[in-house]
Design a binder for this molecule. Structure first.
Ligand SMILES: C[S@@+](CC[C@H](N)C(=O)[O-])C[C@H]1O[C@@H](n2cnc3c(N)ncnc32)[C@H](O)[C@@H]1O
Length: 440
């Protein structure tokens, strides 16, 4: 990892070696969970005894049951959520659940060498600083690996709920920072409307929002497109708009429709994850359902609630969500490949006349099924359908293992993919003769 012209650059290996991308489930640090317990105790009027997570056992059952009941019933009806009786519930369950979602958009920027050492971030609908805490943890790793360089994150946090802003300030104040990482926080309690316009001279490297534009946060007449369009003027020329949304099919598709409109009207380009391989694209109409799957170690705070009867995602060891990174400089996470050499596009595979042949292809992973050992890729040439690649029994074990760890938005290349056409169906099979190459 190096710092070049104020931007951080990584080698392919760094993502796995330094950030343990793919190799370790994300675990919420003890000190963040313990600071959340501080707030739970303060709010509940309880007194801490051990100053660690064992204190959870001291909380009255009635209090815990109320929290569990809210979690099991929250976000079921798509209408504006009233948080006034849910602040504690949010920090207890949703903060640890959502905190690391921002890592993948940051990894995308890192891969393209587009993450700066000094950044100004505007986080809208910040809640208890869920996403900023994720950014800080990410930068801590970078700062610890580049000890002789200085890193600064200047946050502007906005939320309509004063309580959340108070929690946000408290939790960030508890973060343990390496000496070469400075974090500044400016926070504002404000109701952001779709026609909210920030002063044009407020410019940011990252404007982020997580779980903000969906149907659980606004009245029906809220126009997310309008808000996102207005924010363009507040992005630096090489800035990124990071939008993270829930993993449900309904939210995913409505979110992608807004994204498409922003792209098709020339306001932003998609930087990641849905990008073409072979040719630039200034129009996009695909709104397929796909989710990013993040493997997590269930935070102790959530394990405790499960032990007390929480049902939500009881057996799930991952967090599924959707995200996109938009920019206005035309940049993509992976550079467009101008030289096709011996590769087929997916469209060419479908148009090819032979009934059985082998083809080299490249694409961005769209979906994956570990159960059926198959995955689906897109290269931008036939975006509206899912084209699944099956893994044959004969495939090498290393290949099978690598496929299990694939995730949405990853670029891959397959040499000698077996293609069999039968009765209008195209079967794509990765077998012992095929060679899978991963970007990281
Ligand atoms: C689901 S929470 C997300 C919090 C945090 N970003 C996260 O991902 O955990 C939505 C947040 O948006 C805030 N919010 C909703 N409507 C808002 C508005 N019009 N202006 C400012 N904040 C708003 C809520 O108070 C809440 O904190």
């Amino acid at each position: 990892m190096i710092l070049l012209n104020d931007k951080i650059h990584v080698e392919k290996d760094d993502l796995r070696r330094i950030f343990y991308i793919k190799d370790e489930d994300k675990a919420v640090p003890f000190y963040i969970q313990n600071a959340i317990v501080d707030l739970i105790f303060e709010e509940g009027g309880f007194k801490r005894k051990y100053n660690d997570l064992n204190d959870l056992e001291l909380i009255e059952d009635k209090f815990i049951k109320k929290v569990i009941n809210i979690i099991d019933n929250l976000y079921k009806v798509p209408s504006k959520t009233d948080y006034s009786d849910k602040y504690i519930t949010y920090i207890w369950y949703y903060l640890p659940n959502n905190m690391y979602k921002v890592w993948q958009p940051l990894v995308d920027l890192l891969i393209a060498g587009e993450l700066k050492n000094k950044i100004k971030v505007l986080d809208i609908g910040t809640g208890p600083a869920t996403l900023p805490l994720g950014i800080i943890e990410f930068y801590k790793i970078i700062a610890e690996n580049l000890k002789d360089k200085e890193f600064v994150i200047c946050f502007h946090l906005i939320d309509s709920q004063k309580k959340f802003i108070d929690y946000a300030n408290y939790l960030i104040s508890k973060v343990l920072l390496p000496k070469n990482l400075k974090v500044q926080v400016n926070s504002l309690v404000a109701n952001v409307k779709d026609d909210s316009i920030l002063k044009k001279d407020f410019k940011y490297d990252i404007i982020s929002m997580s779980n903000f534009i969906n149907h659980f946060e606004h009245e029906k007449d809220f126009d997310a497109f309008k808000l996102l369009k207005n924010l363009r003027d507040n992005l630096n020329d090489d800035g990124s708009l990071i939008i993270i949304e829930p993993g449900s099919e309904f939210e995913c598709i409505s979110f992608k429709k807004i994204r498409n409109k922003l792209v098709n009207e020339g306001i932003y380009n998609i930087f990641s994850p849905c990008i073409p391989i072979w040719e630039d694209r200034d129009k996009i109409n695909c709104a397929c359902f796909s989710t990013y799957i993040m493997e997590v170690k269930k935070p102790e705070l959530i394990q405790f609630l499960l032990s007390k009867g929480l049902k939500k995602f009881k057996n799930r060891e991952h967090v599924a969500y959707n995200y996109t990174v938009l920019r206005k400089d035309g940049l993509y996470k992976y550079r467009i490949e101008r030289n096709k050499q011996s590769f087929f596009t997916i469209k060419e595979i479908f148009e090819h006349q032979e009934k059985e042949f082998r083809a080299n292809i490249k694409g961005i992973v769209k979906k994956k099924s570990n159960k059926n050992l198959s995955f689906c890729i897109c290269d931008g040439t036939m975006p509206n359908k899912d084209y699944w690649i099956k893994i044959d029994e004969s495939a090498l074990n290393d290949t099978k293992e690598a496929i299990k760890k694939l995730n949405m938005g990853e670029k891959i290349s397959i040499k000698k993919l077996k293609v069999i056409k039968k009765e209008n169906k195209v079967n794509m099979i990765l077998d012992i003769k095929s060679k899978l190459q991963l970007f990281y």
